[in-house]
Design a protein around this ligand. Structure first.
Ligand code: PLP
Length: 394
């Protein structure tokens, strides 16, 4: 290892992007290869995106904007004022609040919500000031980003089969962790990979935390779940909500997310972010996505009904256990009979199913002793069902 690198980075496993700029068939992300991936219709059901690209008219509009209005040689707008206003309006509307309830002062925009997670960590815990608490299984980026910053990560478990947080363990972690104490708690609402929304008991526990602990509620899947705690922000200066344009809004390629919170916290996030964190093309795409939101979100009822069809198949299959979902993905585990029939360990049976699906062109995520399957288009879901049907023991 190079002698000037931090020793703790050697221990760290990087986030493995799926599909990592590499098509599922192993081809690189060169434009001609990506086009080939589309043609061979590999079903990419591993990263919880919306299966539909932007409507043709909107893509044309964006190409036009790129040609006619974006000066490639100039830095983009580094203040995001107009975008913040549009987002504030959308947030208020999404929570059924008065349009003045949320303003630009409550919004910070990031290069994906990943950037905001890092900014929150920098603003609260960096330099030995605090540790974070996560309940596993959950979104891995909180822990990974904390580790890259040398921030300690305290992990507790979730209960089975509800995947609710073990609240007595959570409370014990808060009271017993010191030097440094827990400064931030990260929760996904609904959680990934397990798809369960926060329960009343979990929310009450979060409400009971002292004001010295930041509560991060990641609503990446809000547009699917319709669960939001936005209305509580006015009463809770230590709560912040993260949302993203990478999922329901179909803008994963553009990298944009936002935080909603107390103006002082937002000001801190603005201080630590990079000055030109949002490329001009991303700003244009986000602007249009906001103004065209009704069109973009109009496919959600269909995706939710697809989720029910897929869930019903999974629930009735004797080889599978599926868990309730408030998001656009389903978490499943194999019944122990599968490993027995195949004469494999549980882990090897899961691997085998995952790999066979991949070989047939359905890429899903193997995670936390189970499989996470993104709800795709109707055709993709039908192929998932048919392939699972043929691969699994009856
Ligand atoms: C997908 C996802 C995000 C989105 O991250 P971006 O950086 O905005 O693409 C954030 N949080 C969770 C829990 C997610 O699943």
């Amino acid at each position: 290892m190079l002698p000037f690198l931090r020793a703790d980075l050697a221990q760290l496993t990087a986030y493995k992007p799926h599909p990592g700029g590499v098509a599922a068939n192993g081809a690189s992300a060169a434009p001609e290869n990506l086009a080939a991936t589309r043609e061979h219709s590999i079903d990419r059901l591993d990263t919880n995106e919306n299966p539909f690209d932007l409507p043709e008219e909107l893509k044309q509009k964006l190409s036009w904007l790129y040609q006619e209005t974006i000066e490639s040689n100039r830095y983009p707008d580094g203040g995001h004022a107009a975008l913040k206003q549009l987002i504030a309006q959308y947030v208020a509307e999404s929570a059924g609040l008065d349009s003045v309830a949320i303003t630009s002062a409550n919004i910070s925009i990031g290069n994906g919500s990943d950037e905001l997670i890092r900014s929150l960590l920098i603003a609260t815990c960096l330099g030995g000031e605090g540790a974070i608490l996560v309940a596993k299984p959950t979104f891995s980026m909180y822990g990974i980003l904390a580790q890259t910053l040398g921030i300690p990560v305290v992990t507790i478990d979730r209960l089975h089969p509800s995947f609710a947080v073990d609240l007595s363990a959570a409370q014990a972690a808060i009271s017993q962790t010191n030097q440094p104490a827990i400064r931030a708690v990260f929760m996904v609402h609904p959680n990934s990979p397990t798809a369960n929304a926060l329960t009343v008991a979990e929310l009450n526990w979060l409400r009971s935390l002292p004001e010295s602990v930041l509560v991060v509620i990641d609503e990446a899947y809000f547009e699917f779940s319709q669960h939001t705690v936005v209305a509580e922000l006015q009463r809770r200066s230590n709560w912040v909500i993260l949302r993203t344009f990478s999922k329901a809004f179909r803008l994963a390629a553009h990298r944009v997310g936002y935080a909603i919170g107390h103006p002082e916290l937002i000001a801190a996030l603005e201080k630590v972010r990079l000055p030109y964190n949002l490329p001009a093309t991303t700003q244009a795409a986000t602007f249009w996505a906001m103004t065209q939101r009704q069109t973009l979100l109009s496919v959600i009822p269909m995706l939710l009904s697809e989720r029910e069809t897929l869930a019903q198949f999974l629930a009735t299959h004797p080889a599978l256990q599926v868990y309730p979902s408030a998001a656009n993905f389903l978490f499943v585990r194999l019944q122990p009979t599968v490993a027995k029939t195949w004469n494999l360990s549980d882990e090897a049976a899961l691997d085998k199913l995952f790999q066979s699906l991949k070989d047939q062109g359905t890429v899903i995520r193997k995670i936390s002793d189970g499989l996470r399957i993104t709800v795709g288009s109707q055709a993709e879901n039908q192929r998932t069902i048919a392939r699972l049907q043929s691969l699994l023991p009856k």
